[in-house]
Design a protein. Structure first.
Length: 138
């Protein structure tokens, strides 16, 4: 330990804690969390939405059905089968005030399968159906 020497007291022990390394570590951790959080918020699967010139942003999405390539269906990011979709969606529609369902289908999924998903949503009690698109870049 380092000792201070004063005229009156010959040896006094210096007991200071250097907080600079602590602040450095805290700031580095803060930066790491700020950089990695948006990466973790992305969807677990990729859906290439079709483009439309009249696409409008959705303010609030209560229930989302995503259809990935290979006719894989997700209900709010949880994978479900097409047979189970109607039952699970019916329970969500019972508690949903606006009964809106947004369909996010990959642009390579066949139209007939998307129609089947839309039909299941309508049978489950959805009153409003919307198809998600991306704004077309011109």
């Amino acid at each position: 330990m380092r000792r201070w020497t004063f005229a009156k007291e010959k040896s006094k022990l210096m007991a200071n804690i250097n907080v600079t390394p602590l602040v450095d570590v805290a700031l580095v951790l803060l930066i790491i969390f700020m950089v990695t959080t948006p990466l973790m918020m992305n969807e677990a699967f990729k859906v290439k939405l079709p483009e439309a010139a009249t696409a409008e942003p959705q303010v609030e999405q209560t229930t989302t059905i995503s259809v990935a390539p290979g006719n894989v269906v997700y209900l709010n990011e949880a994978q479900v089968s097409l047979d189970d979709l109607e039952g699970l969606l019916a329970s969500r529609m019972a508690s949903s005030p606006d009964k809106t369902v947004v369909i996010k289908a990959d642009k390579n999924v066949l139209h007939g399968f998307v129609v089947q998903v839309l039909d299941k949503a309508k049978e489950a009690g959805a009153l409003k159906l919307a198809i998600a698109t991306e704004h077309e870049n011109r």
